[in-house]
Design a protein around this ligand. Structure first.
Ligand code: NDP
Length: 423
């Protein structure tokens, strides 16, 4: 790695896109910062500020961010909904960004997992590492578990970010900086949803209903099913997305606009109930046409309020609805009779532990999973990318933003240095 060849004076702050001389850590950096008084839509909430480069502890790592991923964490943090991140971490400003690719720039004295110069992608789970769940249990159950860039103030929409050493994973070298920055959060989450909740793990031949199948989570839900030999039935809101979902290996795709059973469950046996159930059965029949009259083994849930009662209805006896979000609302409703009589399982799921994130990352390194990068934005358009996502106007797949990498398509540090004239 040739950052060693950069003969530049050491400065207190560098322009975005400039790579400092070999492992020099400046005092300040440019960052898209959110402040409590600016809570609102991304264009309002996120502003570029010059802020101190975070100091690292003995088990932490400072990463020069080459590219970052766009996901809902940045939207929720900006809006301050359902909670303000400032009520969690108490810092003065919040730098969002829970996905990144970059170069390890400095390491704490206890760090052995990575060294300066390593190219990494970063997963967003942090914990204190010293309780029973982190030592023999599941770190995702640790009381200290937190999401970097959402519950911590030092995310990837900045020139440098601070992470725990165990957040670093090897970067798939066949991908560009931005492709490698766009997938970890959604892929690792999808991996835990489908493989993390025994005995309901996806098996060859299973049928899995995947909501938002062209989105960040959904595109990986579909691909993970395909890799496993299971049948994904994707749901989208536009026939134009069908080809994309089929190209990832789905067995069938449905357009949710063809049905009218969305939103909270109407009062059971109330005036709207029979119409609602008729539509629900119509949707179930469409699934059966794809599966050969089999109910789905697992429903991959994240829209929440608008789809949850249907998810509980269509999943098979003894099957599982696994849910990691409530994008359309948190007031989940269901007809409880179907839950207990058919002994269904409703399982909450949240991001992933390191073992799960690493297994998911290995599938990308092995080229079994495509990162499905949809669009890449320049540094200046980080809020605009979030605006698009908030309005559900983004293209299928996962969005990335450039930070230090000056243009899309670059795969190495040498590429970056050459393109930006820094050699
Ligand atoms: P995307 O926007 O990429 O995908 C969401 C998809 O949901 C869209 O493509 C859209 O597809 C679909 N959708 C939108 N509105 C509805 C609706 N009313 N009914 C059914 N489907 C709908 O987002 P992500 O996949 O990245 O994230 C989705 C959610 O998951 C977010 O709330 C995010 O915060 C959360 N999340 C949670 C994680 C965790 O660890 N707990 C990790 C990652 C994400 P279409 O319109 O085509 O149906």
């Amino acid at each position: 790695m040739s950052v060693a060849t950069i003969a530049r004076e050491k400065k207190d702050i560098y322009e975005v896109g400039e790579i400092p001389p070999e492992f020099h850590v400046p005092k300040f950096m440019h960052a898209w910062a959110i402040r409590r008084e600016r809570h609102g839509r991304p264009n309002t909430a996120m502003q570029v500020e010059q802020v101190p480069v975070p100091e690292i502890d003995s088990d932490e790592v400072l990463v020069l961010v080459m590219a970052a991923g766009v996901n809902y964490n940045g939207i929720w943090a900006g809006l301050g909904e359902p909670i303000s991140p400032f009520d969690v971490h108490k810092a003065d400003f919040h730098v969002a960004g829970s996905d990144a690719s970059g170069i390890v720039w400095a390491v704490g004295r206890k760090v052995t997992r990575v060294k300066p110069g390593d190219e990494v992608v970063i997963h967003c789970n942090q914990d204190d590492g010293d309780d029973e769940e982190c030592n023999g249990g599941d770190p995702m159950f640790s009381p200290s578990q937190r999401i970097w860039g959402y519950e911590t103030p030092d995310g990837s929409f900045a020139q440098f970010c601070r992470v725990q050493a165990r957040q670093c994973m090897p970067r798939p070298k066949h991908l560009t900086w931005e492709e490698s920055a766009c997938y970890t959060l959604t892929l690792a989450t999808a991996y835990r949803m489908l493989f993390g909740h025994r005995p309901h793990i996806v098996k060859p031949g299973n049928n899995v209903l995947v909501w938002g199948a062209s989105g960040g989570l959904g595109s990986f839900g579909v691909q993970l099913c395909a890799v496993t030999g299971a049948h994904a039935i994707g749901v989208v809101s536009d026939n134009d997305k069908f080809d994309f979902v089929y190209s990832m290996g789905a067995k069938g795709v449905l357009n949710r606009k063809d049905y009218n059973c969305w939103g909270q469950l109407p009062t059971v046996n109330g005036p709207e109930f029979s119409d609602y159930m008729r539509e629900n059965r119509k949707f179930g029949k469409a699934i059966w046409e794809i599966t050969g009259k089999k109910d789905v083994d697992i429903v991959f849930e994240h829209p929440g309020e608008s789809t949850f009662p249907v998810s509980v209805f269509v999943v098979k006896r003894g099957g599982m609805v696994v849910i990691c979000a409530g994008t359309t609302g948190f007031n989940l409703t269901m007809d409880a009779r179907f839950l207990w009589m058919r002994q269904k399982r409703v399982q909450g799921s949240h991001f992933a532990n390191l073992a799960q994130a690493s297994a998911a990352n290995q599938l990308v390194i092995d080229r079994r999973i495509d990162p499905c990068m949809s669009e890449v934005f320049p540094w200046a358009d980080i809020p605009a990318a979030h605006e698009k996502m908030l309005d559900n106007k983004h293209l299928p797949g996962n969005m990335a933003v450039l930070v230090t990498s000056p243009k899309p398509g670059l795969r190495t540090v040498e590429d970056v240095l050459a393109v930006s004239g820094q050699t």
